[in-house]
Design a protein around this ligand. Structure first.
Ligand code: HEC
Ligand code: HEC
Ligand code: HEC
Ligand code: HEC
Ligand code: HEC
Ligand code: HEC
Ligand code: HEC
Length: 719
C-alpha cells in the first residue's frame, strides 16, 4: 500500500512526468478477465470472496458513512453526499469557506483493512481523497496515510501506476512508465484478476486445456513466491526507493512467467540501520523472509504453504505442524492457534489505523509488548528527515552490474554524496541506452546543488532520445533556475511541441516567458497548463501573477481564488488576494487572507512583508512590527525588510530599537543610504545631535535623491 505516504513528500525538481515510451505491448495476449469463470466456476466463486478480488471497485452509497469528519490539524471538514445514484465527497474549511466537491467513482481497498476513495477526473487521472475508511472499532473515517498534517495534499494527489499495479488488474494506459503522468484513458478493471497470477490467458481461453497457461505450481518454489511478491514485497513505503521498475519496462509489462528481477529491482535500508525492525502494511513477504522458518528451510516455505490463493482461508496450524512435528516438552501451549503467539497482529508504522499479521515467525518476546499501541504518523522530507545512508540491494540477492544499485543511492537522496560518483562510474562503464539513467544522474547533481553539472547529463539523455520528456522539461527548469532563460525557453518549447499534453511543461514555459517579460506568450502557456490539469494549483497561482502583470485584476482575483479552492493553505495565493482586496478597499477580507497566509506558512517572507505593509498603512504599527521583525529574521540580508522594520519602529517612536536595527544594518552594508538616514533620524529624536549629524551628513551625500533631500532638510533642523 505504501506509496501512499510516498507521494506526499515534496519531490525536488520537477516531478518526472510523461515519458516518450510507446504504449506497453497491447494487452491482446490477455483474455477478458470475466472469461475464466465460465469453466472454472468453483475457483471463481471462492476467489470472488477474497480481498484481492474486491481490491478495486466502483463506489456505491454503502461505501461511505454519513457522519462528517473534521480534521483538526488542517481545519477541514469532510462529508459524503449521495445524489442521483452518485457519491460525492465535499470539503469545506471549518468556517464553511473554500468548499469543493469531487465525485467518488471508485474505491481502492476491500475494506478488510481500509478503503481509499478515488475521484476520476475528466482528464482521466485518479485523485486519491484525503480521508480513508477504516474498519476497526466499528468503522470510522480518518485521514489517509501521510495526510495527518496541517499542509496535507487534500484532493490533489494523483494515483501513480505503481499503486494501481499492486491493487488491480491491468488497466489500459496510454503510456506506462513510472515516470509518466499517470493517466488512465481506457477501461479500468475492477479487482485483481486471475491473469495477474496466471499471466496472459487468451490462448488458453481459445484452446482450453493444460500447458498453455501458467500454473504457478509448475514453477520452482522461489519463482512461485515471486508471483505473490510482485505485489506483496515492499521493504518499506518511506522514501528510499524500495523498488525500481527497470527503465526499459512499463510498470504493467510484468508477466509472472518471467523472473521478477527482470522487471523490478528491490532495495532496503542497510542492514544494521535503525530501520531494521520496521513493521509496515505490505510487509508479509518481507517479514516472512526474515523468519528462521524461511531461512532454514531452503525455498520450502512459500505463501501457498499457508494460503490458498483462491480463497480467504488460511491453514496455518497444519502448516506449522507439518515442519514442527514435535515441540519441546517445555513448550507453553497446546498444538493449536500457533499464529496467536508466533505471528501476532500488529499496528503498522506507515498506516497507523491498520493492524496486520506479522509474518516474521519468531519466539514471542520474553517481555510482553503491546503490539496494538496507538501511534502518531511519521512524516519524512526527502534529503533531510528521510533515511540517510546506504541503500542496500534486497531482491534479487545479486545483480551483474552496479547500475541500479547506484541509481538507488541517489533516486530519493538517501545516499547522494556517495551515490553520485558511483552512478557516474556505472554510467561510464555500462553506457546504457535508455535516457532515464542520465536523467537520474542529472537530477542527482541538481539535488546536490550542482546545477551546471546536471546539464550535460540532460543533454546526454536527449542524445539517446531527443523527445524524452523528463529530460526536456527538467533541463528547461534547471536552465531557468540558472538564469539561462533563452536556453530554458528552447528546451521547454521542445517539450511542449513534442508533448502538448504535458501540463507541467506548459507551466515551466509560462514562467520562463514571464521572466523575460513576454506576457502574452506566458498567458497562452499558463492557460494551457491549467486546462490540461485543473488541479494544478501552481498553475492557477502563476496565471494570477501573469494576469496581474497585465493589469487584469479581476482575472487575477479569480485565478487566486481557484488556487485556494483546490489548496486552501496556498500562502502565495492568500497574499496576492490580500493585496488585490486591499486595493479594492475590502479591508476586512484582505486582512483575513494575509492572516491565513501567515498561519499556513509562517516562514514565507513575502507574506510577512505584505501583511506588515498592509497593517502599517492602517497605522497599526504595533501589529505590523512582529511581522516585519520575522521577515528580517528569516532573511537577514534583505535590505527592504530592514528598511520596513526601521520605518515601523520610527512610526511607533521606538527609537532605541530603531538605532539597534540600523547599526546592525550598516555593519552589514555600510553604504545603505536609507539606513544612514534612519539612524540619523533616530539619534536626533533621542537628542544625540552629534551622532545624528554624522549619519545625516553621510545620507545627504548618497546617490538616492529622495534620501539626499530628506537628509538635507533634517540637517537644517538640527540645533
Ligand atoms: C508494492 C505493492 C503496493 C503498492 C505500490 C501499494 N500497495 Fe496498498 N497494499 C498492498 C498490499 C500487498 C496490501 C495488503 C497488505 C496486507 O493485508 O497485509 C495493501 C493494502 C492497502 C490497503 C488496505 C486494503 C485492505 O482493506 O486490506 C489500501 C487502502 C491500500 N493498500 C492503498 C494503497 C494506495 C492508495 C496505494 C498507492 C498510493 C498503494 N496502496 C500502493 C500493496 C501495495
Ligand atoms: C473454455 C473453458 C475454459 C476457460 C474459459 C478457461 N479455462 Fe482454464 N482450463 C480449462 C481446462 C479444460 C483446463 C484443463 C483442466 C485439467 O486438465 O485438469 C484448464 C486448466 C487451467 C489451468 C491449469 C493449467 C495447467 O497447465 O496446469 C489454469 C491455471 C487455468 N486453466 C486458468 C485459467 C484462467 C486464468 C482462465 C481465464 C483467463 C481460464 N483458465 C479460462 C478450461 C478453461
Ligand atoms: C493471487 C494469485 C492467483 C489468482 C488471483 C488466481 N490464481 Fe489460480 N493459482 C494460483 C496458484 C499459486 C496456483 C497453484 C496452486 C498450488 O500450488 O497448488 C493456482 C492454480 C490454479 C489452477 C490449477 C489448479 C490445480 O489444481 O492445479 C487453476 C485452474 C486456477 N488456478 C484458476 C484460477 C482462476 C480461474 C482464477 C481467477 C478466478 C485464478 N486461478 C486466480 C494463483 C492464483
Ligand atoms: C496484483 C497484486 C497481487 C498479487 C499478484 C497477489 N496479491 Fe495478495 N493481495 C494484494 C492486495 C492489494 C491485497 C489486499 C487487497 C484488499 O483487501 O483490498 C492482497 C491480499 C491478500 C491476502 C489477504 C486475504 C484476502 O482476502 O485477500 C492474502 C492471503 C494474499 N493476498 C495472498 C496472496 C498470495 C498467496 C499471492 C500469490 C499466490 C498473492 N496474494 C498475489 C495484491 C496481490
Ligand atoms: C517449511 C517448514 C516450516 C514451517 C511451515 C514452519 N516452520 Fe518454524 N521453523 C522451521 C525451521 C527449519 C526452523 C529453524 C529451526 C532451528 O533453527 O532449529 C524454524 C524455527 C521456528 C521457530 C524458532 C524461531 C526462533 O527465533 O528461534 C519458531 C518459534 C517457529 N519456527 C514457529 C513456527 C510456527 C508457529 C509456524 C507456523 C505459523 C512455523 N514455524 C512454520 C521450519 C518451518
Ligand atoms: C506460516 C504460515 C503463513 C505463511 C507462509 C504466509 N502467511 Fe500470510 N497469513 C498467515 C496467517 C496466520 C495470517 C492471519 C490470518 C487471519 O487472521 O485469519 C495471514 C494473513 C495474511 C494476510 C492478511 C493480512 C492481515 O490482516 O493479517 C496477507 C495479505 C498475507 N497473509 C499474505 C501472505 C503472503 C503474500 C505470503 C507469502 C509471502 C504469506 N502470507 C505467507 C500465515 C501465513
Ligand atoms: C500461548 C502461546 C503459544 C502458542 C499458542 C504456541 N506457541 Fe510456540 N512458543 C511459545 C513460546 C513462549 C515459545 C518460546 C519458548 C522458549 O523460548 O523457551 C515458543 C517456542 C516455539 C518453538 C521453538 C522452540 C521449540 O519448541 O522448538 C517452536 C518451533 C514453536 N513454538 C512452534 C509452535 C507451534 C507449531 C505452535 C502451534 C502448533 C505453537 N508454537 C503455539 C508460545 C506459543
Amino acid at each position: 500500500m505504501p506509496s501512499l505516504a510516498r507521494r506526499l513528500w515534496p519531490v525536488v525538481l520537477v516531478v518526472i512526468v510523461a515519458c516518450g515510451r510507446k504504449p506497453a505491448a497491447a494487452p491482446s495476449a490477455y483474455a477478458d478477465p470475466r472469461a475464466c469463470a465460465a469453466c472454472h466456476q468453483e475457483i471463481a466463486a471462492s476467489y470472488k470472496q477474497t480481498g484481492m478480488a474486491r481490491a478495486f471497485h466502483k463506489a456505491t452509497a454503502a461505501d461511505a458513512p454519513e457522519t462528517p469528519f473534521v480534521h483538526k490539524l488542517s481545519g477541514r471538514k469532510y462529508q459524503f453526499q449521495k445524489r442521483e445514484g452518485k457519491l460525492f465527497l465535499q470539503r469545506t474549511e471549518e468556517d464553511g469557506g473554500n468548499a469543493i466537491e469531487k465525485e467518488i467513482q471508485y474505491v481502492l481497498g476491500s475494506g478488510n483493512h481500509a478503503k481509499t476513495y478515488l475521484h476520476k477526473t475528466p482528464q482521466n487521472r485518479f485523485l486519491q481523497m484525503p480521508v480513508n475508511w477504516y474498519p476497526r472499532e466499528g468503522g470510522y473515517l480518518a485521514m489517509s496515510p501521510g495526510y495527518d498534517r496541517a499542509d496535507h495534499m487534500d484532493m490533489r494527489r494523483t494515483v501513480g501506476y505503481e499503486c494501481m499495479f499492486c491493487h488491480n488488474g491491468y488497466p489500459e494506459v496510454a503510456r506506462a512508465s513510472s515516470a509518466d503522468d499517470p493517466v488512465y484513458a481506457g477501461a479500468v478493471p475492477e479487482g485483481i484478476d486471475c491473469q495477474r497470477c496466471h499471466g496472459p490467458g487468451r490462448e488458453h481461453v481459445e484452446k482450453p486445456g493444460k500447458g498453455n497457461i501458467l500454473n504457478p505450481k509448475a514453477l520452482p518454489k522461489a519463482r512461485q513466491q515471486e508471483v505473490c511478491m510482485q505485489c506483496h514485497l515492499e521493504p518499506t513505503s518511506f522514501p528510499l526507493p524500495n523498488a525500481i521498475v527497470r527503465f526499459e519496462k512499463g510498470v504493467f509489462d510484468y508477466n509472472p512467467k518471467e523472473p521478477l528481477s527482470d522487471h523490478v529491482v528491490h532495495f532496503d535500508h542497510a542492514p544494521g540501520s535503525d530501520r531494521a525492525e520496521k513493521f509496515e502494511i505490505a510487509s508479509s513477504a518481507y517479514r516472512l523472509r526474515q523468519s528462521k522458518c524461511f531461512l532454514a528451510s531452503g525455498d520450502a516455505l512459500t505463501c501457498t504453504t499457508c494460503h490458498n490463493p483462491h480463497a480467504v482461508t488460511t491453514q496455518f496450524d497444519a502448516a506449522c505442524s507439518g515442519c514442527h512435528k514435535t515441540l519441546a516438552a517445555s513448550h507453553p501451549a497446546a498444538k493449536k492457534d500457533c499464529a496467536t503467539c508466533h505471528m501476532p497482529k500488529r499496528r503498522t508504522e506507515d498506516v497507523i489505523h491498520v493492524v496486520v499479521t506479522d509474518h516474521k515467525i519468531q519466539r514471542p518476546p520474553a517481555k510482553k509488548v503491546d503490539w496494538l499501541a496507538a501511534r502518531t504518523e511519521r512524516h519524512e522530507t526527502l534529503g533531510t528527515t528521510s533515511y540517510q545512508g546506504e541503500v542496500a540491494l534486497y531482491y534479487p540477492a545479486k545483480l551483474d552490474s552496479d547500475l541500479y544499485p547506484a541509481v538507488a543511492q541517489v533516486m530519493n537522496q538517501s545516499n547522494l554524496k556517495a551515490g553520485i560518483p558511483r552512478l557516474e562510474a556505472a554510467l561510464a562503464k555500462q553506457q546504457p541506452g535508455h535516457p532515464a539513467y542520465y536523467v537520474q544522474m542529472a537530477q542527482a547533481y541538481h539535488a546536490a546543488g550542482e546545477m551546471a553539472k546536471a546539464i550535460p547529463y540532460y543533454k546526454k539523455a536527449l542524445e539517446k532520445d531527443g523527445s524524452y520528456l523528463p529530460a526536456q522539461r527538467s533541463m528547461g527548469a534547471t536552465l531557468a533556475q540558472m538564469g539561462q532563460l533563452a536556453e530554458a525557453q528552447a528546451a521547454l518549447e521542445g517539450a511542449t511541441k513534442g508533448h502538448p499534453e504535458d501540463s507541467l511543461s506548459w507551466l515551466e514555459l509560462a514562467r520562463v516567458y514571464r521572466q523575460q517579460q513576454k506576457g502574452a506568450d506566458a498567458l497562452v502557456a499558463v492557460r494551457k497548463a491549467v486546462l490540461l490539469e485543473p488541479e494544478l494549483v501552481d498553475g492557477h497561482v502563476a496565471l494570477g501573477m501573469i494576469l496581474l502583470d497585465g493589469g487584469d485584476r479581476a482575472g487575477a482575483e479569480t485565478a487566486f481564488r481557484a488556487a485556494l479552492r483546490e489548496q486552501p493553505d496556498q500562502a502565495d495565493a492568500h497574499t496576492n488576494l490580500g493585496n488585490l482586496l486591499n486595493a479594492k478597499g475590502s479591508l476586512a477580507e484582505a486582512e483575513k487572507h494575509f492572516v491565513d497566509a501567515i498561519r499556513y506558512q509562517p516562514r514565507n517572507v513575502a507574506a510577512r512583508y505584505n501583511i506588515a505593509v498592509f497593517l502599517a498603512n492602517l497605522r497599526r504599527f504595533a501589529d505590523a512590527i512582529p511581522h516585519a521583525r520575522e521577515a528580517v529574521a528569516l532573511e537577514p540580508g534583505n535590505l527592504n525588510n530592514r528598511d520596513l522594520l526601521g520605518n515601523l519602529y520610527a512610526a511607533g517612536r521606538q527609537w532605541r530599537e530603531a538605532v539597534i536595527l540600523y547599526r546592525e544594518t550598516l555593519k552589514m552594508n555600510p553604504g545603505f543610504p536609507r539606513a544612514q538616514l534612519g539612524l540619523g533620524t533616530a539619534l536626533g529624536a533621542m537628542n544625540d545631535f552629534a551622532g545624528a549629524r554624522i549619519y545625516l551628513t553621510q545620507a545627504a551625500q548618497s546617490a538616492d535623491p529622495a534620501v539626499r533631500a530628506e537628509a538635507a532638510e533634517l540637517l537644517r533642523t538640527l540645533p
